[in-house]
Design a protein around this ligand. Structure first.
Ligand code: PLP
Length: 422
């Protein structure tokens, strides 16, 4: 191969830029002897259902967020269900939600009869759009779900103002923001009730697990009664009478997961630092090429659950699909965002949600079949997901930067070649 050919992008017959393995830089979760010893300790102690490590996990999350009450769950989904139940949502109550999130930020509310109302996401941080959500408030609106998507805290100043003005509760889904801060306040402390998922991909994973946090005893007590049979018996209030039944489900975390969750939280800052360093390094290079990498404003400390970048295909010759194909040929791992938009899913568009949300016929429901969020739909199609590089940089970041530079430099040639071959 001639030197000239070597310089070409792989899609035009050149050599791929990314030759180093992703195994080092993109291995996650990072489990060590400490995790293993934590798990072994539970097994040796023999209490594999209610071990005190669960309380330890709750304590460290209460410390992280400064919240008075912390209740561990078997996953983030059940912590969200408990949150919707605990703020007292009733059948027919409406909750404003983003569509750009994992389904679990929304669907558990159907089990308490609450109706999700989908809102646009804003362009700066991809969180729920305060302007659109205010337009969608009706006399039935009771709450807002805030999700700090991919690790970037939402526009809380505006959201707090609206919540106060219309007397709405905030459920904060902080599943992507372990260790992030909004104006010196930790994510996980910004809602009337806040939750974290500790699922295996998360920034402080436990395998499966969730945490519910709040400052109001009333909410905590309701969450306990819903599904934590061990705790109901300990309540010093009349709610103790539910100790023989709960409210019908069981949401306790497994101690083995709690042990991993505790240990991973100890490493959270170091892990976040490594991801942050790697991603900022690459982001600075990609910004120069015209990509938007969601670097945070000064008053926000973001983290990187996932690394998403925005490409405005109207400004460049390459359509985004072809860009992704060319980068893949370079050896880059590029993909569409991990979650499809929730409002477009058959569960809503085909009316299946009604099987769960059994509201009387006179209850008005949003028209999910025709629900359209034009900004969010377009914005979602302009995103590319890259690896979040949680491990040490083995030189792969420079190779990624080179791959992007090469593809952007030769974008006219790539388009011409593809047109010729069609
Ligand atoms: C934003 C968000 N909310 C909620 C959840 C649900 O958590 P879990 O998987 O622990 O049930 C997840 C992910 O898994 C998530 O990404």
């Amino acid at each position: 191969m001639t030197i000239e050919k070597k310089k070409l992008p792989a899609i035009l017959g050149g050599l791929p830029s990314v030759t180093l393995s992703h195994d080092v830089s993109n291995k996650w979760p990072l489990l060590t002897d400490d995790d293993e010893n934590g798990v072994l300790q539970i097994m040796r102690d023999g209490n594999i259902s209610t071990h005190p490590i669960i309380r330890e996990l709750e304590k460290v999350y209460a410390e992280l967020t400064g919240q008075s009450y912390s209740l561990a769950h078997n996953n983030g989904t059940s912590a969200l269900l408990a949150a919707f139940h605990s703020i007292g949502l009733k059948p027919g109550d409406e909750v404003l939600v983003p569509s750009a999130t994992f389904w679990a930020s929304i669907l558990p509310m159907l089990w308490v009869g609450a109706v999700p109302v989908f809102c646009e996401s804003e362009s700066e941080r991809m969180g729920i759009d305060p302007i659109d959500l205010e337009k969608k408030i009706t006399p039935r609106t009771r709450a807002i779900v805030v999700v700090h998507l991919w690790g970037l805290p939402s526009k809380m100043t505006e959201i707090f103002d609206i919540a106060k003005k219309y007397d709405l509760k905030i459920i904060e889904d902080a599943s992507h923001t372990h260790g992030a801060y909004w104006r010196d306040r930790p994510c996980g402390s910004l809602g009337d009730i806040s939750i974290f998922s500790l699922q295996g991909d998360k920034l402080a994973p436990a395998g499966e697990g969730g945490i519910l946090l709040c400052n109001k005893y009333e909410y905590y007590e309701k969450a306990v009664c819903l599904g934590d049979i061990t705790r109901i018996i300990e309540l010093q209030t009349p709610a103790r009478r539910f100790a023989a039944t709960s409210y019908g489900i069981k949401t306790r975390i497994a101690p083995i997961s709690a042990a991993i969750g505790c240990n991973q939280l100890k490493n959270l800052n170091d892990h976040n630092k490594q991801r942050g360093q790697n991603i900022k390094y690459l982001s600075n290079k990609l910004e120069k090429l015209g990509f938007h990498t969601f670097l945070p404003p000064d008053h926000i400390k973001r983290v990187y659950f996932e690394y998403l970048i925005r490409y405005d295909e109207t400004k460049y010759p390459l359509p985004i699909g072809l860009l992704a194909e060319a980068l893949s040929k370079e050896g880059c791992q590029v993909a569409a965002p991990r979650y499809p938009l929730v409002h477009q899913q058959p569960f809503f568009t085909e009316g299946i949600f009604k099987d769960i949300l059994r509201l009387p016929p006179e209850c008005q429901l949003p028209e999910y079949e025709t629900c359209s969020l034009p900004f969010t739909e377009t914005a979602n199609n302009s995103l590319l997901k890259l690896p979040s590089f949680p491990g040490p940089d083995n030189g792969i970041l420079e190779q990624y930067a080179h791959a992007f530079e090469k593809v952007m430099k030769y974008s006219y040639e790539i388009v011409d070649r593809i047109n010729e071959s069609n």
